[in-house]
Design a protein around this ligand. Structure first.
Ligand code: RAT
Ligand code: ZN
Length: 428
C-alpha cells in the first residue's frame, strides 16, 4: 500500500494513493457494510404465510414470469391455471435449461443457488427443493440476512390488506429487524373503491370528498400509524402524475397525505413512472414504464418544504432530472434503482450520475425483494456495481490530488447504505 505523508484531520488513517489498493479497499468496505433495505415486499416472521421463500417462489417471481412468456409456448391463461410447482418447473426448463440465464432476474436465481452451494446448472429442481424444504425458518432468515449483509428491512404495508391486518393487533410485537412503511396506493390511486371500503369500516366519507371526508381519512391513517409505527408513507404513481392537479388524488395528497406527513413527522415516498396493467393478462408481470414529469415532484417539495420526500423514478430518462431536482430541494432524497432499472448497466449509470451531482447525499439502492433469498442476489449484484462507481469517483479524486483514507470510505458507504435513510426517518 502506498502511504501518504499526511493524514486527514477528521478521518485519521493512511492515505490510499495507490489506485489498485484504493479499489481493493472500496470493494472490501462496500461488501462489508450492512445495509438498511428501505423498500421491499418482504414481511417479518410474525406475518406467517405472507413470507415467501424457496425455489418455487424464486422462480415464479413476476420478473421471470414475464421473461418466460417470451421463450415458452404457453399462454398467460394456461400458465395461471398451472400449480405453482408446475409453473416453477416450466420457468426453470425455459429460462435455465433450454436457454442460458443471461437476464438479470435469471442470473439472480443462479447467484442464490450458488450462495447455498446448489447446482445452478441442474436439469431439474429436485436438489433445490430438498434444500429449501429442509431449512428451519428462523435460522434460514438469519442466514439470508447475514449472507446479504442486510441489517434492517422495510416492508410494504397496506392497511387495507386483510391478510396483514390480523398481525397488526394493538400491541403486536414484530422482529425488530423489520420496519413498516404505510403504503397509500389504494387511497391515492383508487379513491372510489377505497372510499367505499372506508364507509364500510364506519368512516364518514364520500366519494366526492365532501363534508369531513379528508379528516375522516386522516383519522383512519392516524389509527394505522399508531399500529404500524411506519418509517414513512409511500405511493407508486403513474407516468402522467401531475402536481398540482384537479383530481381527487391531488386533494388527498395535499389534505391527507402531506398533512399527515407533517403532523407525524413522517417522510412521504413517491415512486413515479409505472404504467399499471399495460398487458393485464400478465397480471403482476403486466405493468410497464413511462417517462414522468420530475417537475411535479419539485412542486410538491416546494409546496411542503417542511416534509421530507423520498423519490424514485422508473424511467431511465428521468434519472438525471431527479438528481438536478435534489440539488434544488434539500427535502428531496433520491433512492434506489427501481424495478426495470435494477440491471447492472443502468445501476452503474445512475449511481455514477448521482455521485457526480450529489456526492454521498443519496440512497443508492433498495432491493424490492419479494422473496426472502432475493436479498442475496439483489444486494450482491448491486454492491459490485456500486463499488465500481465509487472506486472511479475516488480514483478521479486521487487524480486531482486528493487521496482518501479507509475511514473516509467507511464513512461515505455507511452514510449511503444506512445513515442517509436513518437521518431521513429520524432513527439515528
Ligand atoms: O418491483 C416490483 O416488484 C413491482 O412489482 C412493484 O411492486 C413495485 O416495486 C412497487 O412497489 O410498486
Ligand atoms: Zn416495490
Amino acid at each position: 500500500m502506498t502511504v501518504g505523508r499526511t493524514e486527514n484531520r477528521d478521518a485519521p488513517g493512511q492515505l490510499l494513493s495507490d489506485g489498485t489498493e484504493l479499489r481493493r479497499q472500496v470493494e472490501e468496505v462496500v461488501e462489508a457494510t450492512p445495509v438498511f433495505d428501505i423498500h421491499t415486499h418482504l414481511y417479518a416472521p410474525e406475518f406467517g404465510a405472507l413470507n415467501l421463500y424457496g425455489i418455487d417462489e424464486l422462480l415464479t417471481y413476476h420478473y421471470l414470469i414475464a421473461e418466460t412468456f417470451r421463450s415458452a409456448a404457453v399462454t398467460p391463461e394456461s400458465f395461471w391455471q398451472m400449480r405453482k410447482v408446475d409453473q416453477a418447473d416450466l420457468v426453470w426448463r425455459t429460462l435455465f435449461v433450454e436457454n442460458t440465464p443471461l437476464s438479470e432476474a435469471a442470473r439472480g436465481v443462479v447467484t442464490v443457488l450458488d450462495a447455498f452451494g446448489l447446482d445452478p446448472a441442474a436439469t431439474d429442481l429436485a436438489e433445490a427443493r430438498a434444500f429449501f424444504g429442509a431449512q428451519e425458518a428462523s435460522a434460514h432468515l438469519d442466514r439470508v440476512l447475514d449472507l446479504a449483509r442486510v441489517g434492517d428491512v422495510v416492508m410494504t404495508n397496506d392497511p387495507f390488506d386483510e391478510a396483514e391486518a390480523r398481525v397488526w393487533e394493538p400491541g403486536a410485537h414484530l422482529d425488530s429487524r423489520f420496519h413498516a412503511a404505510l403504503r397509500m396506493d389504494g387511497l391515492l390511486n383508487d379513491w372510489e373503491r377505497t372510499s367505499a371500503k372506508l364507509s364500510a369500516l364506519g368512516y364518514d366519507v364520500d366519494a366526492s370528498l365532501g363534508g369531513g371526508t379528508t379528516s375522516e381519512v386522516r383519522r383512519f391513517l392516524n389509527l394505522w400509524i399508531a399500529r404500524m409505527k411506519p418509517l414513512y408513507m409511500a405511493v407508486s404513481l403513474p407516468d402522467d402524475f401531475k402536481f398540482p392537479d384537479t383530481d381527487a388524488r391531488d386533494r388527498l395528497i395535499r389534505e391527507v397525505a402531506l398533512a399527515t406527513a407533517l403532523e407525524h413527522g413522517l417522510p412521504f415516498a413517491v415512486m413515479v413512472g409505472v404504467r399499471r396493467g399495460v398487458n393485464p393478462a400478465l397480471r403482476a408481470a403486466g405493468d410497464g414504464v413511462g417517462r414522468a414529469d420530475v417537475s411535479a415532484v419539485e412542486r410538491m417539495c416546494a409546496w411542503r418544504p417542511d416534509v421530507r420526500f423520498l423519490a424514485t423514478f422508473l424511467s431511465r430518462e428521468n434519472q438525471h432530472e431527479l438528481c438536478v431536482a435534489a440539488r434544488k430541494f434539500s427535502n428531496l432524497m433520491p433512492f434506489g434503482c427501481w424495478w426495470f432499472l435494477n440491471n447492472p448497466s443502468i445501476v452503474s449509470e445512475i449511481t455514477r450520475e448521482r455521485l457526480e451531482l450529489l456526492g454521498p447525499s443519496f440512497i443508492p439502492q433498495h432491493s424490492d425483494a419479494r422473496i426472502l433469498e432475493q436479498l442475496i442476489y439483489k444486494w450482491r449484484h448491486s454492491r459490485r456495481v456500486i463499488a465500481d462507481a465509487l472506486s472511479e469517483s475516488y480514483e478521479r479524486l486521487l487524480g486531482s490530488g486528493r487521496a482518501v483514507t479507509r475511514p473516509e470510505i467507511e464513512r461515505d458507504v455507511s452514510r449511503m447504505f444506512d445513515g442517509n435513510f436513518r437521518d431521513w426517518v429520524g432513527r439515528r
